[in-house]
Design a protein around this ligand. Structure first.
Ligand SMILES: [Zn+2]
Length: 85
């Protein structure tokens, strides 16, 4: 799994119906990728904020913002020739 795949499946991580296999794939990627780890934590906090308002869907705009933030960080890392997942 790479960062793009991680982000595509990120919200599924919080879905209790998500298969254990996918969840462990996400966890394995996160263990080696601090950007995605941070993104997951941010997303979790966002979801908790929205849950308090009884809004369970992560708004598309927030999801897009998170994806762009992580991909920008990865692009910056690649410029420095440091691997990002
Ligand atoms: Zn990643």
């Amino acid at each position: 799994m790479n960062c793009t795949e991680f982000l595509a499946n990120l919200t599924d991580y919080f879905d209790t119906k998500t298969a254990a296999a996918l969840r462990s794939e996400l966890e394995r990627h996160m263990a080696g990728c601090s950007h995605c780890h941070v993104t997951l934590n941010t997303t979790r906090q966002t979801i908790e904020i929205y849950r308090n308002d009884e809004l369970y869907e992560l708004p598309e705009s927030i999801r897009t913002q998170l994806q762009q933030a992580v991909l920008a960080k990865c692009a910056a890392m690649k410029k420095k020739k440091e691997p990002c997942a």
